[in-house]
Structure formats: structure tokens, C-alpha cells
Design a protein around this ligand. Structure first.
Ligand code: ADP
Length: 449
């Protein structure tokens, strides 16, 4: 097993990894930017090194600075968390060449599955169901028009290197298609330095259901049930739950086995997520694989009683997974809400600033994964998520009641947060029935006012 791990990340996920390390008897080393000098997670880590100024490009995304810290701290592995360098195949290769384990899949699996167009091809080869769309990248507007005509509108143009809901455009007709094609390319060029795009059928009002996968280097592949992440704004998840109110045990098994088929075909190891869209008839279509641990992983940990970060570290260290498929039983219900420092009434404008007072809910069935404390100033340079509030209960109904109770106790003073929106969601009649889809928040809940 590793004795020391460097965490190439910040905030709540850095803290989550520190916690796993501590329970495993592994020393944790954090790297941080000047803007994160007062990050509360740094006090809990065993060591911390400043690697540069606030802009991510000069700190959390600067491979040479991170590797220099790894050399100085003499670590045997690097955990990339999510975002930043977590799906960067080059970074995984640099780690490999430096004799430092990258806690993630091998660089080839990242190359294949981290690129959405390449992942589509891998899915076709593995016999995984997909929405109709391009086999290759779309090079011209004319090509996009031909594909759209053959599969029928609406279609979605997607950046192959995309992530975080960026580089995507929906088109219901040819004019929107041409505009969307050019916009998606331009956005992707700036955001990902890669303007390649592809086109697929746009499914109206689907659910987003994803399968948590974990695999070791001994050929053991396990799926830990599904998460329903249908409640989104601008293709960004806000609420996640498990199990999905729309998935039967039989469908869970089918989706799980489909996801693992794809993982096996790429010799995938460690943690990953296969994302699917599910239509009203219960058909599911592969969308992409996230080749890293995801924000919403604790939802699966609660219903399957696993520690996914621990399992991920064990897999990267060459150990066998601490559980088998037969051990993983989905029991109870978990819900996660993302608490973001955002002003919901003003277009979800980020609201960084000082937290003047903080009271965190507790009691039965509550989990709070967060790095914030009273007196902490949220820097304006990074993601606006300040924490994840999770509840666990025997049934979905009890979990919703528990989440309402927890949210009503929550006090975060000094900044605006998404808590009021989550209270609204937890009291929404359609959400309570489990009758929502990926456009519900924008088209119904926010539109209702
Ligand atoms: P990203 O990697 O940027 O998060 P994804 O491919 O995971 O992008 O898609 C994010 C969201 O966009 C999905 O959860 C869904 O709401 C929407 N979406 C993507 N592809 C389609 C599609 N073909 N039809 C309908 N909605 C889609």
C-alpha cells in the first residue's frame, strides 16, 4: 500500500481524500494556490505546499509545479480528485514516467473514454446502446446538416473534449444547427483547446442515470448501483439521488452489466462513471464515461455502504477490491444537494465572500462533505460549490422529509447559497412523485417563480 499521497486538488474533495488517507494510515500531502492559503483542509493534511498564484493554469493545472511538490514530499501516488487534471491523460503519463502512481485509470483508458467521440466509438465496439449520431467527428457545417437530416431533429452538437456542460448546443432546425455548430466549436476551442465536435440525436425530457463502476488490476469489475442526476441547470447537476425512482432492479442489473462491458473492453481500472440517458419507455443510451471520482459519489457510498475513495486507492495500489459484486446490495435511499455560493435570484451569479456564521445540520442520517467554516473567505477563483449535504433513510419519502429538516436547520451567513432552491425542490409535488427530467428545473421549477 502507498505510504504517502499527494492530492492535486482543493476544497471538499481534497478533504474527502485526506479523510480516506487518514483511515488507511496513509500520509496526505496537499498542494495549494496563493488564493487557498487559508483553506481549512490544509490544516488537516499532513503536509502542504504552495505551488503558485490563484489562476488554476499557474497552480492546480500546472503539471511541472505539482510534480516538483511530489518530488520534494517524496510521495508514492497522486490523487487528482475531480476537475482540474483528473481526466488529463498526459498528466497520468507524466506520473507513470516519474514512478508515481496516478490514482485513476491508465492513460490509454483516459484517452479512449475521456474523449466523448472516442468513447462513442468504444461503446459501439462493445455493443453498448447509443443514441443515433455520428461515427466520426463532424468537420463541416454541410456534414452536420446531412447527419441531422438523416437522424432527424432535434439534435445536439457536442464538443468531443467537453465537460461541465460546456460546448453543447441543441438544434431543432437547420438554422439553429449551423449556428449551434459554429458556437459549440468556438466555445470548445476556448474552453478545451480542442474544437472537435460531433452530433447526436437530442432526447426530449430524458432522465440522467449513471452507473458507478470500480475495478482493480486483478480483473474484478463491480458496479455500485446507479445515481439519478436528472435535476440539473444548464446541464449541471444540482441534486443527485440513489436509487433512481425510475429504475427497476432488473434495469439496474442491465445498465450495470452494460457499463462494465465497456469498462472491460478498455481494461479500465479504479473508479469511473458511465453516464446514460433514459427515455420514458425505459430505454437507456450511453452518453459518456467520467474517468475519475465524481462529485456525487457519496450518494452511492451511502446506499451500498462502501468507501469508494478507499477502494479507488486500493485499486491504484494494485490491491484487490475490498468487496465483490455479490457484496454490493443497494439498500435505503440517499439524496445529495449541492450547496453552491450562488445567488439563485440573480441568474445563479457566484457569490464568493466571507462566511460570517455557520451552523451545520446533524442528527440521524446526515452527512456533510465540505471544507468551509465560520470566518473562512471563499476565494472567487474557483468552482462555487461550498459543500454537499447528504441524507440517508430507509425510503425515498423519509429521505425527502429528512432533507427538508436538515435544510431548515442550515445557517450559512455572509454569502448567498442554493439552500432556498433546494428547499423548494424538496417540497415540489413532481419531485416528490419522482416525476422529473433534465429540463425540469429550468422549464418548470424556475419558470414557476
Ligand atoms: P458534460 O460532460 O459537459 O457534463 P454530458 O455529455 O455529461 O456533458 O451531458 C450533460 C447533460 O446534457 C446530460 O445530463 C443531459 O441533461 C444533457 N444531454 C447530453 N446529451 C444529450 C442528448 N443527446 N439528449 C438530451 N440531453 C442530452
Amino acid at each position: 500500500m502507498f505510504s504517502k499521497i499527494l492530492i492535486a486538488n482543493r476544497g471538499e474533495i481534497a478533504l474527502r481524500i485526506i479523510r480516506a488517507c487518514r483511515e488507511m494510515g496513509i500520509k496526505s500531502v496537499c498542494v495549494y494556490s496563493e488564493a487557498d492559503r487559508n483553506g481549512p483542509w490544509l490544516e488537516i493534511a499532513d503536509e502542504a505546499y504552495c505551488i503558485g498564484p490563484a489562476p488554476s493554469a499557474k497552480s492546480y493545472l500546472d503539471i511541472s509545479r505539482i510534480m516538483a511538490a511530489a518530488e520534494i514530499a517524496d510521495v508514492d501516488a497522486i490523487h487528482p480528485g475531480y476537475g482540474f487534471l483528473s481526466e488529463n491523460a498526459h498528466f497520468a503519463e507524466v506520473c507513470q514516467h516519474s514512478g508515481i502512481a496516478f490514482i485513476g485509470p491508465n492513460p490509454d483508458a483516459i484517452k479512449t473514454l475521456g474523449n466523448k467521440a472516442a468513447a462513442r466509438a468504444a461503446a459501439v465496439a462493445a455493443g453498448v446502446p447509443l443514441l443515433p449520431g455520428t461515427k466520426d467527428l463532424v468537420e463541416t457545417e454541410q456534414e452536420a446538416i446531412e447527419i441531422a437530416n438523416s437522424i432527424g431533429y432535434p439534435v445536439i452538437i457536442k464538443a468531443a473534449a467537453g465537460g461541465g456542460g460546456r460546448g453543447m448546443r441543441v438544434a431543432h432546425n437547420e438554422i439553429a444547427l449551423v449556428n449551434g455548430y459554429l458556437q459549440a466549436r468556438a466555445e470548445a476551442a476556448v474552453a478545451f483547446k480542442d474544437d472537435s465536435v460531433y452530433v447526436e440525436k437530442y432526447l426530449e425530457r430524458p432522465r440522467h442515470v449513471e452507473i458507478q463502476m470500480i475495478a482493480d488490476q486483478h480483473g474484478n469489475y463491480v458496479y455500485c448501483g446507479e445515481r439519478d442526476c436528472s435535476l440539473q441547470r444548464r446541464h449541471q447537476k444540482l441534486v443527485e439521488e440513489a436509487p433512481s425512482p425510475a429504475i427497476s432492479a432488473e434495469m439496474r442489473r442491465k445498465m450495470g452489466e452494460t457499463a462494465l462491458k465497456l469498462a472491460r473492453s478498455c481494461k479500465y481500472t479504479t473508479a469511473g462513471t458511465a453516464e446514460f440517458l433514459v427515455d420514458k419507455q425505459g430505454n437507456f443510451y450511453f452518453m459518456e464515461v467520467n474517468t475519475r471520482i465524481q462529485v456525487e459519489h457519496p450518494v452511492s457510498e451511502l446506499v451500498t455502504r462502501t468507501d469508494l475513495i478507499r477502494a479507488q486507492i486500493m485499486a491504484a495500489a494494485g490491491e484487490k477490491l475490498p468487496f465483490t459484486q455479490a457484496d454490493v446490495e443497494v439498500r435505503g435511499h440517499a439524496i445529495e444537494v449541492r450547496i453552491n455560493a450562488e445567488d439563485v435570484d440573480n441568474g445563479f451569479r457566484p457569490c464568493p465572500g466571507k462566511i460570517t456564521d455557520l451552523f451545520v445540520p446533524g442528527g440521524p442520517g446526515i452527512r456533510w462533505d465540505s471544507h468551509i467554516k465560520a470566518g473562512y473567505s471563499i476565494p472567487p477563483n474557483y468552482d462555487s460549490m461550498v459543500g454537499k449535504l447528504l441524507v440517508f433513510a430507509d425510503t425515498r419519502e423519509q429521505a425527502i422529509i429528512r432533507m427538508r429538516r436538515a435544510l431548515s436547520e442550515f445557517k450559512i451567513e455572509g454569502i448567498k447559497t442554493t439552500i432556498p432552491l433546494h428547499q423548494k425542490i424538496m417540497h415540489d409535488a413532481n419531485f416528490m412523485k419522482g416525476d422529473v427530467d433534465t429540463s425540469y428545473i429550468e422549464k418548470v421549477l424556475l419558470a414557476k417563480g
